[in-house]
Write a protein of this length. Structure first.
Length: 183
């Protein structure tokens, strides 16, 4: 087998993703472990940023990472950091939520990984038509994205088939306490 810089590995490419409404579902096998690698992603061009004149598309992705469900938002510009930013979302005209989402070190990616928060997010996602995301940051201004969610139920089922979601807490129940760490 020849290794070439021009070859596309289907595991790292999204070319084999199949559509489900507005979503794209990836079903591949990890060539190292033989385990399934499933995820679903959704792109939007309805993106705004207070510091970027012409923002590019953003992505919402549902995936299992290290056996745990996660929700990932990726932007092509800096949106903030865990230390000085707030991530919130709202489905349709339902009440919104601010979560303990984590901003990755690239400052362009936000991840919801707390199991209860992922469960609450996906419960609302399955029954909604639109998602509005707002990030307020001291160092990156304000960023927003709106997603049209047609096909969400199929995306949730496919992405989380290998890592079950825990039951969402009842509306109004307190969120899990954030772990604090020394800075």
């Amino acid at each position: 087998m020849s290794m070439s810089g021009c070859a596309r590995d289907p595991v790292v490419s999204t070319v084999n993703a199949v559509p489900a409404g507005n979503w794209r579902i990836e079903r591949q096998t990890d060539r190292i472990t033989g385990a399934p690698l499933a995820s679903a992603f959704l792109m939007t061009r309805t993106v705004a940023n207070s510091k970027v004149v012409f923002p590019q598309p953003a992505m919402l992705q549902l995936l299992c990472f290290k056996g745990n469900p996660a929700v990932r938002f990726a932007f092509p510009f800096k949106v903030g950091s865990t230390r000085n930013s707030v991530f919130g979302y709202r489905f349709d005209s339902n009440p919104g939520h601010e979560t303990g989402a984590r901003f990755l070190n690239d400052f362009t990616t936000v991840v919801i990984e707390d199991p209860a928060e992922v469960a609450q997010f996906t419960t609302e996602l399955a029954a909604s038509k639109n998602l509005y995301v707002l990030i307020r940051s001291l160092n990156a201004g304000r960023s927003s994205a709106e997603f049209s969610l047609d096909g969400a139920a199929a995306a949730i089922n496919a992405a989380f088939a290998g890592c079950p979601l825990q039951a969402a807490r009842p509306t109004g129940a307190p969120a899990s306490k954030k772990k604090t760490r020394a800075r």
